[in-house]
Design a protein around this ligand. Structure first.
Ligand SMILES: *Cc1c(COP(=O)(O)O)cnc(C)c1O
Length: 213
């Protein structure tokens, strides 16, 4: 399936983050050998192990919940953190990035699904967070867009509504805070079961795991 999905995303000018959690290094290399260079992991420990063992031209994205005390372990190499959902976490990422003398690209994660357990900001919380950052800029992070996970359901119309909501949040934030900022352009949404809907609703980056491997 890798080639089919890679071609599909390329044709739609969308980036494919190959979610390699729970996958062996050999399985990752199979995709690498076919040209894939962007991989996503949802656990810090697994991310570090794979980063250390795999070719250095891989871009590693952290897509899962991140605890503040673990930021220091990934700050030197992570290419993007998709799962930022608090001001405190953003401040820690900025501090750790500063120590590494780099700027870390991040996405703001929204809660768009019906499930209670998923992490993420509401639009009000996000406005508070960005209001604070406008007053107190964080020079070592770059806010590149938004991320969300649709509900785990067979109801495609519900998932479509959730993706549409995330796109509307992106548009609001873009016009309020980032109208002149060319970095704020990413909408990370869509997984194995719903990436086609996500792309139709404006995704710029899909995070696909099980369907690829
Ligand atoms: C596991 C995971 C994915 C990929 O899920 P699949 O259904 O295997 O495609 C995407 N995003 C996040 C945050 C994940 O944890």
């Amino acid at each position: 399936m890798y080639r089919v999905i890679a071609k599909y995303t390329e044709n739609h000018h969308v980036r494919l983050v190959a979610v390699s959690k729970n996958q062996s290094k050999a399985a990752i290399m199979t995709l690498y050998d076919q040209g894939q260079r962007v991989f996503g992991e949802n656990r810090v420990q697994e991310l570090i192990e794979k980063y250390e063992a795999m070719p250095k031209d891989i871009e590693w994205h952290l897509i899962g919940h991140l605890q503040k005390n673990k930021v220091k372990y990934v700050a030197s190499f992570v290419s993007m953190i998709h799962s930022v959902d608090s001001l405190e976490l953003l401040q820690v990422i900025d501090q750790q990035a500063q120590k590494q003398q780099r700027v870390i690209p991040i996405l703001l994660q929204f809660h768009i699904a019906q499930e209670e357990t998923k992490f993420g900001l509401s639009i009000d919380e996000c406005n508070d967070l960005l209001g604070h950052i406008v007053q107190n800029p964080l020079p070592n992070i770059k806010i590149c867009g938004v991320m969300g996970m649709g509900s785990f359901t067979e109801n495609k119309e519900q998932v479509r509504r959730e993706f549409r909501l995330l796109k509307s949040y992106f548009d609001q934030l873009k016009s309020t805070y980032f109208s002149t900022d060319t970095h704020f352009k990413e909408i990370s949404m869509g997984m194995s079961g719903d990436y086609e809907i996500a792309i139709a609703e404006g995704s710029t980056m899909i995070r696909v795991g099980s369907a690829l491997f």
